[in-house]
Ligand binder design. Structure first.
Ligand SMILES: CC[C@@H](CC(=O)C(=O)O)C(=O)O
Ligand SMILES: [Zn+2]
Length: 331
């Protein structure tokens, strides 16, 4: 049984993390055997789970162990001039002619990645390995992976009528890297193996305070608000943000519900991080119940935005058309 993270270490980490302009409440931290957990997952409320043993077989996956056992396959490594790794969809770059990718994507062996990280000097680019686990990994890693606690996580999948497991992303980050605030369209069990990660979470109803890029934009699903330097003139409602915080240590698992906004930070000074996420397709809506949930409204807004953009075959005409539709009529 993987031991739970020491509470006093967690409070030390909580004291170290960066403060932003918005208040944060702690995400509950419960044993997966606590009867409350089942209801929280059903209600799509984030919760930190201990005692899952989800990745107990992978707890020896230190960067060094991975370098020695993962084989010599090529892995996706992003590099960035800053600690931030703002995701972009390269299939959408053509729609934005002057788009300049904030990160560079390189494929390299895990050993080469770790060597570059260890040799990195001040001013060099930051690096973040983000690779879907597949059958190219070495046999020891396959063995560990197959002995994850699939019984427990499959039970969660079935109980909540989720769809298929779509992928497991292996994430190996340098001390201090940040994935800026965004939302995903999948349910997520996020397992922390090495080091500490701090999640800042906002519920889907905060869509209006986080100003995501347009759906056709390469940064679709990513917020335009820079928490380190918020532009309250362009994004005034960012002042209304009220968030939650989850600090994960080795062995912890965060249930991160679909459409919940999250920023993920590898806590500075606590070493490299190793994590594995488990992304599942969400349950289909069986029956429409009013009032609609915020998640359903986000999905609806996305579909309307896509439809209008495609029907107009122009991105410039979307705002004028939607303003003509509502300004002075519905507002
Ligand atoms: C994708 C990278 C990110 C995790 C995340 O956003 C997710 O699992 O949805 C992180 O850990 O830096
Ligand atoms: Zn995410």
């Amino acid at each position: 049984m993987a031991s739970a993270v020491n509470k006093s270490v967690l409070s030390d980490v909580a004291a170290e993390v960066k403060k932003y302009h918005f208040p944060l409440e702690d995400v509950p931290r419960l044993s997966c055997n606590d009867p409350v957990v089942e209801q929280m997952i059903r209600n799509e409320e984030p919760v930190i789970l201990t005692d899952t043993n989800l990745v107990a077989a992978g707890m020896q996956w230190s960067p060094q162990y991975l370098a020695e056992n993962i084989g010599n396959g090529l892995y996706t490594v992003y590099s960035s001039k800053t600690q931030k790794f703002l995701y972009y969809d390269d299939k959408k770059v053509a729609r934005v002619p002057d788009f300049s990718p904030p990160t560079v994507h390189e494929d390299m062996t895990f050993q080469n990645f770790l060597c570059k990280v260890n040799k990195r000097k001040e001013g060099d680019r930051w690096m973040y390995l983000q690779q879907s686990l597949n059958d190219t990994v070495g046999p020891p890693i396959v063995r560990d992976f197959t002995t994850f606690n699939w019984a427990w996580i499959s039970e969660q999948q079935q109980k909540n009528k989720w769809g298929a497991l779509t992928s497991n992303l292996l994430l190996v980050g340098m001390d201090g890297v940040i994935t800026p605030v965004h939302y995903d369209e999948q349910q997520n069990f996020f397992a922390q193996i090495c080091g500490f990660k701090r999640f800042i979470l906002f519920d889907p109803s905060m869509f209006g305070c986080l100003y995501p890029y347009p759906v056709y934009h390469p940064h679709d699903r990513q917020s335009q608000v820079d928490f380190d330097n918020p532009d309250f003139v362009r994004f005034p409602r960012a002042k209304e943000l009220r968030g939650r915080q989850a600090i994960l240590g080795p062995g912890d698992v965060l249930y991160l519900p679909v459409y919940w906004w999250h920023q993920v930070e590898s806590v500075p000074g606590r070493g490299m991080t190793v994590s594995v996420n488990f992304w599942y397709k969400s349950a289909p809506t069986e029956k429409i119940v009013y009032p609609l949930k915020p998640q359903q409204k986000v999905a609806m807004m996305r579909n309307i935005e896509k439809m209008i953009t495609d029907a107009l075959n122009s991105t410039e005409e979307v705002a004028p058309l939607m303003q003509a539709m509502v300004l002075g009529r519905y507002t």
